[in-house]
Design a protein around this ligand. Structure first.
Ligand code: AMP
Ligand code: GLY
Length: 425
């Protein structure tokens, strides 16, 4: 089978690595891909958001399955456009992707199905949003409704900060149309966990839960980033959390989407928080998480290509997914200055030695220049250690990372420490 993978980050490199292991994958194309993915397939010079070019390529090369990594092309209707052409594609339609692209829509589906979530007031204008603050106590949570590249949530410690956030989104339109509707939401406190479920439109199959590290600094300090590391499994979760999340969150949402005539096929990512009042949803994403995917897929003991074919076609022929025992930890090597300004084009050394330790090295922001590998993004490399224990997986990731150098490189030293310093409840 000829497969086309759309995207170019660490998540897509991990997807490429896993898809390539399928005996059904005869050739993998990546649009546009990255230097790491070039070792697994053919990178083609088509951008992830160039829908007409992607369609032309898929027709010309007789692509039998296209897999979409990032949310932007899903929000732009890439899946709808492929379906119209009769081209098989894994991922939700534009209407189904609204579970991520409109937080208000996600709230409506959750309300309809009784899915536990924080109380929220959708506000179509500044006056309504300012008034809605009266209905909450600090800290205030202000969210832009639409896609805002992970920056659309402000946790405001006091009323003045909340008002500033509302004005920034609604008056200054810091996130453009994404902030034309804002949600004022109840603040939720607790352990966060990312749960992926692959869906065939009728039901979801759970993957192992993972935990992300959003802040730049050790001990969860400093500004938010796209994610500085992830690990799986999450040993300090109470037993039964995944089953509970499937029963109370994933299954009702998949049913609700189908009932509305917008069935969700693809990867449904639930961002969950375990509060004192029980499990609640923080958000949904309509695609694999980055960098959780880089930790989760190495443990998946299934043919991902077959699973995706089932999702697109006849539905799943199984009730649950198998995962290997053991653990995986992903540490992100970032450019100096990230998530603020950073330099690009810096030479990267030591990848061969790092790979020789047995760790997986996924490229997130790299490119080839004059025959050498250079940095080309804020998050540059994802180093994944695997071992029987979480301690072992973390140690393996850091051992490999010590081999790698580029000017200004920095990474968090405390990936998975929340799990390693805690006891199972
Ligand atoms: P999101 O963009 O929806 O993933 O939110 C980014 C981060 O903001 C989440 O991972 C949480 O840490 C935090 N967050 C979002 N909503 C809430 C909430 N209602 N209460 C507390 N933290 C939140
Ligand atoms: N890891 C967070 C995200 O992918 O949105």
């Amino acid at each position: 089978m000829k497969v086309l993978l759309v995207g170019s980050g660490g998540r897509e490199h991990a997807l490429a690595w896993k898809l390539k292991q399928s005996s059904h994958c005869t050739h993998l194309f990546c649009a546009p891909g990255n230097p790491g993915m070039a070792a697994l397939g053919t990178c083609v010079g088509v951008r992830a958001d160039d829908i007409p070019e992607l369609i032309a390529f898929a027709h010309d090369m007789h692509i039998e399955l296209t897999v979409v990594g990032p949310e932007t092309p899903l929000a732009a209707g890439l899946v709808d456009a492929f379906q119209k052409e009769g081209l098989p594609i894994f991922g939700p339609t534009r209407a189904a992707a609204r579970i991520e692209t409109s937080k208000a829509f996600a709230k409506t589906v959750m309300k309809m199905k009784g899915v536990p979530a924080g109380r929220a007031v959708p506000c179509p204008n500044e006056a309504r949003a300012l008034a809605a603050l009266d209905e909450f106590t600090p800290p205030y949570v202000i969210k832009a409704d639409g896609l805002a590249a992970g920056k659309g949530v402000v946790i405001a410690p006091d009323r003045a900060a909340a008002e500033t956030a509302i004005r920034t989104m609604m008056r200054d339109r810091a996130f453009g149309a994404a902030g034309d509707l804002v949600l004022v939401e109840e603040f939720l406190d607790g352990e966060e966990v990312s749960l992926f479920a692959i869906s065939d439109g009728r039901r979801g199959l759970a993957m192992v839960p993972a935990q992300d590290h959003k802040r730049i600094g050790d001990g969860d300090t400093g500004p938010n980033t796209g994610g500085m590391g992830a690990y799986t499994p999450v040993p300090h979760l109470a037993a039964g959390v995944v089953d509970e999340a499937m029963a109370r969150v994933i299954t009702p949402v998949i049913e609700g989407m189908a009932e509305q005539g917008t069935p969700f096929r693809g990867l449904l990512y639930a961002g969950l928080i375990l509060t004192r009042d029980g499990l609640k949803v923080i958000e949904f994403n309509c695609r694999f998480g980055d960098p959780e995917t880089q930790a989760v897929l190495p443990l998946l003991d299934e043919d991902l290509l077959l699973l995706m074919m089932e999702s697109v076609g006849t539905g799943f022929a199984r009730d649950r997914l198998r995962f290997s025992r053991g653990a995986a930890a992903c540490v992100v090597a970032a450019s100096g200055g990230y998530p603020g300004e950073y330099r690009s084009g810096l030479a990267i050394q030591g990848l061969e030695a790092a790979g020789a330790t047995g760790a997986l090295i996924f490229h997130a922001g790299t490119r080839m220049m004059d025959g050498s590998l250079r940095t080309a993004g804020g998050r540059v490399l994802n180093v994944v250690g695997r071992a029987a224990s979480l301690e072992g997986a973390v140690a393996a990731a850091y051992t490999a990372l010590e081999q790698i150098t580029f000017d200004g490189m920095h990474y968090r030293r405390d990936i998975a420490s929340r799990a390693l310093t805690r006891r199972t409840p």
